[in-house]
Design a protein around this ligand. Structure first.
Ligand SMILES: NC(=O)c1ccc[n+]([C@@H]2O[C@H](COP(=O)([O-])OP(=O)(O)OC[C@H]3O[C@@H](n4cnc5c(N)ncnc54)[C@H](OP(=O)(O)O)[C@@H]3O)[C@@H](O)[C@H]2O)c1
Length: 287
């Protein structure tokens, strides 16, 4: 067993299941202390116990976080900021797919609300902790190749008319990349890096809320799905590998830098999304 993460603290969102849990387990094996941020803490505790049993690592804490509620995100970040003095890695893994327009606690469309706006707010509130890390700290955000599918109009992120779950999902994953690149630019000159990734098409219960045509089209992908341990490989790599020390503002597939869509590299769009995100979340980054 390699213990390259001993002495490092890693916070993972959505770590009770799927890719997040497999990522947490691998990092626990490498000796990291973990904070599992889960909306259902019973599921989180069950995952933590399983990880402790399989790795022998007992430095795993579960804290409640619902990314569909700005109040929950703020309460969570307050708790982390009170309990710890530094964070070495933040893995923005949690993500959701819905089958119909559903509001978050703050009245946002849930897919974009959780996958982008919640992630944006959480990252901002934890930035001082990441800057306080003794070495270089890392922000890793799980996006998707689905980011290529639709054109983003920042003024229509919350629209209910002609709602399409696939479009909302693809745009939320595009927002993850635009956010990562803009964050990396704004973090230039600090010891904090920000990268994002596509994990592959992974056998998880991610599509459990889908119905009808969307469910069928997801089911058609089943023969191409990879196991969750493989799907976690790029998250683990970006969170822990010395090979990417200092690398920032990049998109990865299969542990290798890869090109993201032209739209995701649009500087004006990234800036526009950033401004909108600050307005929607009521949080201004101090960078
Ligand atoms: N599976 C794929 O093929 C695939 C492909 C590309 C990208 N991705 C991305 O990979 C990431 C992980 O997905 P997965 O496939 O591992 O799916 P998953 O098994 O459904 O795991 C998603 C995790 O996110 C959590 N989550 C959902 N809504 C949340 C909220 N409001 N607050 C906090 N946590 C929340 C879930 O918690 P609960 O257990 O409580 O629901 C769960 O722990 C997502 O960002 C997804 O977009 C997946």
């Amino acid at each position: 067993m390699t213990m390259t993460m001993t002495g490092r603290r890693v916070l993972l969102t959505g770590a009770n299941a799927g890719i997040g849990k497999a990522t947490a387990e691998a990092l626990a094996k490498q000796g990291a202390a973990l904070i599992l941020a889960c909306r259902d803490t019973a599921k989180g505790e069950a995952a933590a116990n399983e990880i402790t049993r399989s790795t022998g690592n007992e430095r795993i804490e579960v804290l409640p976080l619902d990314l569909a509620s700005f109040a929950s995100i703020r309460a969570f970040a307050d708790r982390v900021n009170r309990n710890y003095d530094k964070l070495d890695v933040l893995v923005n893994n949690a993500g959701i797919m819905m089958d119909e327009w559903t509001p978050t606690a703050d009245g946002l469309e849930t897919i974009m609300g959780v996958n982008h706006f919640g992630t944006f707010l959480l990252t901002g509130l934890l930035l001082d902790q990441l800057k306080a890390s003794s070495g270089r700290s890392r922000i890793v955000t799980v996006s998707s190749m689905a980011h290529r599918m639709y054109k983003l109009n920042v003024d229509k992120l919350n629209e209910q008319r002609r709602y399409m779950p696939n479009r909302a999902y693809g745009l939320s994953k595009l927002a993850n990349i635009l956010f990562t690149y803009e964050l990396a630019r704004r973090l230039n000159g600090t010891d904090v890096t920000a990268n994002c990734l596509h994990p592959g098409i992974v056998r998880t219960s991610f599509a459990k809320r889908l119905t009808g045509l969307e469910k069928l089209s997801f089911a058609a992908l089943k023969p191409f799905m990879i196991p969750v341990e493989k799907g976690a490989a790029t998250s683990i790599y970006l969170a822990s590998s010395p090979e990417v020390e200092g690398v920032t503002g990049k998109y990865f597939i299969r542990c290798q830098e890869a090109p993201s869509s032209k739209q995701s590299r649009d500087l004006a769009l990234a800036q526009r999304l950033w401004e909108e995100s600050e307005q929607v979340t009521g949080y201004s980054y101090k960078l």
